[in-house]
Design a protein around this ligand. Structure first.
Ligand code: HEM
Length: 185
């Protein structure tokens, strides 16, 4: 069981899987989102590309809750930095979760308040639980669009920070999310 769970020194398999699967999916969703909105209108755009984007987005929203619960019931590996750097590290985790919630919830609210059905991978339709409100829907669409640009910046800073830890500070921040290490350092 121990390899699945986090320790105070490194992330377990579940946290690593959630990190890489969600990270790569979010990067793909950013590109996919911009490509699909610039496509010419038509049934392929709405019934295929939008359907895929919304289905993957809802899956990410569910995984986000799973990830938060898993984080809550597991120890978090110790920070490798102290003082001001530790403050930045904690703040960046908060910003990353904030970006993930903003993107998934704004997308969900845009569809729900606009009463646009979310057909989950064409398997079933997620019931519309919000009353039709085009103001809320278009506000959520604006948030979704601006937050997408902010998320691109946040993801770039996150990747640069990981590389800074690995190549400049030479600590275990990147490797403990990547391969299984025997010693902490
Ligand atoms: C982390 C998750 C998500 C990411 C990274 C993402 C990314 C994007 C991006 C980059 C765009 C293009 C924005 C623009 O052109 O201004 C977009 C559009 C869109 N997204 Fe998402 N999205 C996510 C989740 C969701 C979810 C959960 C839903 C709905 C269930 C959703 C529904 C939509 C819709 C309907 C559009 C088109 C808006 C329009 O036509 O103006 N997205 N998304």
């Amino acid at each position: 069981m121990s390899k699945w769970k986090n320790t105070t020194h490194e992330f377990g398999l579940i946290a690593k899987l959630l990190h890489w699967v969600m990270g790569l999916t979010i990067i793909s969703m950013l590109a996919f989102g911009f490509i699909m909105t610039s496509m010419p209108p038509g049934p392929v755009k709405w019934n295929f590309y939008y359907m895929i984007h919304k289905s993957v987005g809802v899956t990410l929203l569910v995984l986000l809750f799973v990830r938060l619960v898993w984080r809550w019931i597991n120890p978090t590996p110790m920070l490798t930095v102290t003082g001001f750097m530790a403050l930045i590290a904690r703040f960046s985790v908060f910003v990353l979760y904030g970006a993930m919630f903003t993107m998934t919830l704004s997308g969900f609210i845009m569809s729900e308040a606009g009463n646009y059905p979310i057909t989950f991978f064409n398997l079933f339709t997620i019931p519309v639980i919000m009353p039709l409100d085009s103001d809320i829907s278009s506000m959520a669409a604006r948030v979704h669009s601006y937050a997408a640009f902010a998320t691109i910046g946040i993801v770039c800073v996150h990747i640069l920070a990981a590389l800074f830890h690995h190549f400049i500070l030479k600590d275990s921040v990147l490797t403990r999310m990547w391969v299984r290490k025997k010693r902490f350092g």
